[in-house]
Write a protein that binds this ligand. Structure first.
Ligand SMILES: Nc1ncnc2c1ncn2[C@@H]1O[C@H](COP(=O)(O)OP(=O)(O)OP(=O)(O)O)[C@@H](O)[C@H]1O
Ligand SMILES: [Mg+2]
Length: 326
């Protein structure tokens, strides 16, 4: 681990222009033998809010630590802002705000003093504007009222907010947030989502990891799904959800007749559940399917398409629920 050697020449990055973050065959095997990240090809487009999704233990934090140059990959490459990591960490990291699992805080200092100290460690930060910068960051994460309290007395959610404030002290090209809403209450989660949208609209690319599918759906433009160290899919969130196609749903007091007609109309995988009859979306026009039901005397109370969620997509992709692998 430790510092990257400076002996190799810069700019071997054939993939450097490919995204704000680009990894090729990125792999990490921990000393104990655990293959935590396995041949990852990740491309994060500029300007995206990119959700890095996966259950506990799927390799999200390990990937983020490699991206930030905190640990060395076992093999493969990672480029951040077009430069290879960890080799170019010194040039890259000033443009990147990061919140990584369990932010390091001085417990004996207040939240405000933690930020002042953090800001003072940044050689590019002008000391004359330090207090203003810190106050703005505290305000952005809703910690102004608690700024004078010692960090060791902060709740998990407050610590998380303080870590986020540290990442927001300077305008950044890229924010890397590892489970930013971890420990936050529902109101806090909403605030973070709003904040992420604001940052994105200012042009910052945001890469955030989460195991909460609905959170990713609400805030991200793009997402990648990890399971057991491997990338299962990545792309625009809308496309991922569309990957698990919606289902046709008919509500009727005549479910048996409805099921028969739907099958005749070419609807596959017809399932009857009380008054709800569902099936795969057919190729043909849904208006014709609806007309056929009515013509056959089926009393149709409801007829529509249930949109697939990212969770459906995840289950469809992995064939399993969103649980921890062994
Ligand atoms: N320092 C380490 N030494 C050995 N194994 C590790 C180490 N850190 C993580 N692992 C293992 O690597 C795998 C991936 O862990 P990682 O922390 O990257 O997952 P994660 O996706 O961030 O999970 P979570 O959602 O719980 O934060 C797990 O099986 C974990 O036990
Ligand atoms: Mg993690």
């Amino acid at each position: 681990m430790g510092e990257a050697s400076a002996t190799k020449p810069e700019g071997d990055g054939a993939d450097a222009g490919d995204g704000v973050i680009a990894t090729r065959a990125l792999t990490k095997r921990y000393r104990g033998g655990q293959l935590a990240v396995d041949g990852l090809h990740l491309t994060v487009p500029a300007g995206s809010v990119f959700g890095f999704l996966g259950p506990n233990g799927s390799g999200k934090t390990t990937t983020i630590r490699m991206l930030m140059g905190l640990i060395e990959p076992t093999s493969g490459t990672a480029h951040v802002l077009g430069r290879p990591m960890p080799r170019s960490a010194r040039a890259v990291l000033p443009h990147v705000g990061a919140l990584i699992e369990g932010p390091a805080l001085y417990g004996f200092l207040s939240g405000r003093d933690n930020l002042l100290r953090y800001d003072a460690a940044d050689p590019t930060a002008d000391p004359r504007t330090r207090r203003t910068r810190v106050a703005a960051a505290l305000d952005r994460v809703g910690l102004t009222a608690a700024a004078g309290k010692k960090a060791k007395a902060y709740s998990l959610g407050m610590k998380q907010r303080l870590g986020l404030a540290a990442a927001l002290l300077q305008p950044r090209r890229l924010l890397v947030l590892d489970e930013p809403t971890n420990g936050l209450d529902p109101q806090g989660m909403r605030e973070i989502r709003t904040l992420v949208r604001e940052l994105a609209s200012d042009g910052t690319t945001v890469f955030l990891s989460s195991h909460l599918l609905d959170e990713i759906e609400q805030v991200c433009t793009h997402a990648a799904v990890m399971a057991r160290g491997r990338l299962i899919t990545q792309g625009p969130v809308a496309d991922l959800a569309a990957g698990a196609r919606g289902r046709l749903v008919v509500t009727t007091p005549d479910p048996a007749d409805a099921a028969r007609v739907l099958k005749e109309q070419g609807v596959a995988d017809v399932v009857v559940d009380g008054e709800r009859v569902t099936g795969e979306l057919p190729e043909r026009d849904l208006a014709e399917v609806n007309a056929a039901l009515v013509t056959a005397g089926v009393r149709v109370r409801g007829f529509g398409v249930e949109r697939a969620s990212l969770e459906d997509a995840f289950v469809a992709l992995t064939g399993e629920g969103f649980d921890v692998a062994g």
